[in-house]
Design a binder for this molecule. Structure first.
Ligand code: AMP
Length: 304
């Protein structure tokens, strides 16, 4: 196996990628903010699936954090990250500095409307513009054939897909199901900051989502009832701040009153100083159910 290349500059990334492409390789890309875990590893697995030359970026992007958010305290672990990338056969790791990415204050940004009006959008003003802009920059730098994003950040995935469609970017976006700990907690770099007590309480997110899934399966159609129950489940776990608990349509992430087909149940909860998000597709499948019933129940479904 060839050795993993490490690049700190855009110029080097372009050189290495051009070389791989000239050798006939497809290029796959996984953008991350580091502090890598098994969720990221699943993205790496998807990226490498068809023998593509796999590029990972590790960049804690300052422009997607609000002034009172956790940019400074966001977990960083460059050594562990490089080790995990190497173990998973990554070909090129891009570790730019903030000045490499933003040599001067940018006057251009990409904003994706509508999809960002609910869920995390109102709670994190400017966040998705920061995300869309840095993802577009990274796609322009790496020029991948395919880029992998996690369903864990469902709104981010939707925003990136829509940006790629609206701007005719020549890249395929692959969504990867959420990877969870054995007890159901969605893996997240921010989990590293949870105390043992917080970690236990954090299970309320997946518990609320599974409760929503169960209610939808049992035929509850009123979203208000499902959201109310989800809030109860979160509150029962201990003191926290609920940013939102919401069931939205899977395509445009707009609030709905009743469940007709697949819907996205999502929530953001602050436990201590740590803000956690999670989501699950609930509700009946879009097509009439097959006689044999092949609907997935245990794995997370992708929004369409
Ligand atoms: P982050 O480093 O948190 O910005 O995440 C980088 C990528 O990994 C994003 O596309 C995330 O959606 C994805 N990701 C993070 N956690 C998970 C997880 N538990 N399962 C699947 N993908 C994830």
């Amino acid at each position: 196996m060839s050795r993993m290349i490490r690049a700190e500059t855009i110029r080097k990334v372009r050189e290495v990628v051009a070389h791989a492409r000239a050798a006939g390789r497809l290029i796959s890309f996984v953008p991350t903010m580091g502090a890598l875990h098994a969720g990221h590893a699943a993205l790496l697995g998807a990226a490498r699936a068809d023998g593509a030359f796999t590029v990972v970026s590790i960049f804690v992007n300052p422009t997607q954090f609000g002034p009172s958010e956790d940019f400074a305290s966001y977990p960083r672990d460059a050594e562990g990250d490089l080790r995990l990338c190497k173990q998973h056969g990554v070909d090129l790791v891009f570790l730019p500095s903030a000045t490499e990415m933003y040599p001067h204050a940018p006057l251009t940004s990409v904003s994706v409307d509508r999809l960002t009006r609910h869920l995390c959008g109102p709670h994190r003003p400017g966040h998705f513009a920061g995300v869309a802009t840095v993802v577009l920059k990274l796609l322009n730098i790496v020029t991948p054939d395919v880029a992998c994003f996690g369903q864990k950040d469902a709104q981010q995935l939707a925003v990136v897909r829509r940006m790629v469609a609206d701007l005719d970017l020549p890249v395929r976006i692959a969504g990867v199901p959420t990877v969870r700990e054995a007890d159901g907690l969605a893996m997240s770099s921010r989990n590293r900051r949870l105390s043992a007590v917080d970690r236990e309480q954090a299970l309320c997110l997946v518990r609320a989502l599974r409760e929503a899934e169960r209610m939808a399966r049992d035929g509850v159609r009123e979203v208000a009832d499902i959201e109310a129950r989800m809030r109860e489940v979160v509150r029962a776990a201990g003191p926290s701040t609920i940013d939102y608990v919401s069931v939205v349509d899977c395509d445009e992430l707009q609030p709905i009153d009743r469940i007709h087909g697949p819907a996205l149940a999502a929530l953001a909860v602050r436990i201590g100083a740590t803000r956690l998000i999670d989501n699950l597709v609930i509700g009946p499948p879009p097509d009439p159910p097959a006689a044999t019933g092949t609907r997935p129940t245990r794995t997370d479904r992708e929004p369409s």
